[in-house]
Design a protein around this ligand. Structure first.
Ligand SMILES: Nc1ncnc2c1ncn2[C@@H]1O[C@H](COP(=O)(O)OP(=O)(O)OP(=O)(O)O)[C@@H](O)[C@H]1O
Ligand SMILES: [Mg+2]
Length: 306
């Protein structure tokens, strides 16, 4: 956590083009203010372990396609960003990765999705176990109406995790960079925390059950720049232990935190009545933001189109 200084957050907050995480920079921001040496240099994919392999994955709702034929590999200990305009299927796609779409009765997933080489949608896979291994943090912090301690202890208790519960709770809160702020009020209701603290509590709740992957769907869009900076720094720490997939509308954030970025766009059929999302380009984040292979990516990341 050496980088977690207030000064640094303020720098971030005041950086030109930082949209305070409110999800508007893609269309409005213009060029990205991340300096070339600030990009993560994504390692050669030959060196990396695949966590997910998506093979022509499509999702429809009540027969209407939402996202079509997505093929991409997601790597261990990386932050993978999904970007693209509203409605292009980012949430739909990220929800496939822990079978959250199972909870939508009209959703149908086709194609293949391998998780560490195993079919995630195979008949023997238990979706509850999947959601333990592949946790999710949502746009709006959603703590339970319980104490800070109970929010974190809930998952480990349900799962019957062995070990001292106080230690499990402390470890998760430390992991979410929240311990120092809450250690003297663990019995207070979580609703009394700030939004940024609540979001870190949700991250603590997620990591308490020792997942393998953390999915984050616009985790900072309800947060101020300082809280956003804290979550971004946290992601840098968390990726040492976990693999992270994040959906964000904030181009600065994708450029700053991710190793690899997938850009999706809405595609229309000839009648222009039917639309669905499709991957335009997926590559190292540095390449996507500095030298994309597709002009549509360039237009989007430079803010020419929203
Ligand atoms: N539960 C649902 N039932 C029916 N259609 C849905 C459902 N969820 C999403 N869709 C449709 O799927 C398409 C993709 O939506 P999705 O929410 O995945 O987009 P998104 O890229 O996350 O958008 P945003 O940036 O606004 O969050 C849209 O046309 C949307 O209306
Ligand atoms: Mg969404």
């Amino acid at each position: 956590m050496s980088e977690l200084t207030e000064e640094r957050f303020r720098e971030r907050a005041e950086a030109p083009g930082n949209d305070a995480g409110d999800g508007t920079s893609a269309a409005a921001g213009g060029s990205i203010s991340v300096q070339p040496d600030e990009f993560h240099h994504a390692r050669d994919i030959g060196e990396l372990e695949k966590v997910f392999e998506l093979e022509s994955l499509s999702v429809s709702y009540a027969g209407v396609p939402a996202v079509k034929e997505v093929s991409m590999d997601i790597y261990k200990n990386e932050v993978t960003a999904l970007i693209g305009p509203s409605g292009c299927g980012k949430s739909t796609l990220i929800r496939c990765l822990n079978r959250m779409n199972d909870l939508v009765p009209t959703a149908e997933v086709t194609g293949r999705l391998l998780y560490h080489g195993e079919d995630l949608y195979g008949p023997k896979v238990d979706p509850v176990q999947v959601r333990k291994l592949i946790g999710m943090v949502f746009q709006k912090p959603n703590p339970f109406p319980k104490s800070i301690y109970e929010n974190v202890a809930f998952g480990p208790r349900i799962l019957g995790m062995k070990g001292d519960m106080d230690e499990i709770v402390e470890k998760a809160l430390r992991g979410a960079a929240l311990w120092d702020e809450v250690k003297d009020r663990l019995d207070s209701n979580a609703f009394g925390m700030s939004g940024g603290q609540q979001q870190r509590l949700c991250i603590a709740r997620c990591i308490a059950v020792e997942p393998d992957v953390i999915l984050m769907d616009e985790p900072c869009s309800a947060l101020d720049p300082i809280s956003t900076g804290k979550i971004e720094d946290l992601m840098m720490e968390l990726k040492r232990e976990f693999s992270i997939v994040i959906v964000t509308h904030n181009m600065q954030q994708a450029a700053r935190v991710s190793d690899r970025t997938a850009f999706l766009m809405v595609e229309l059929d000839a009648t222009e009545q039917n639309r669905w999302g499709r991957i335009v380009e997926y590559d190292a984040t540095e390449k996507i933001f500095t030298n994309p292979g597709d002009p549509r990516t360039e237009d989007y990341v430079s803010g020419k189109v929203g």
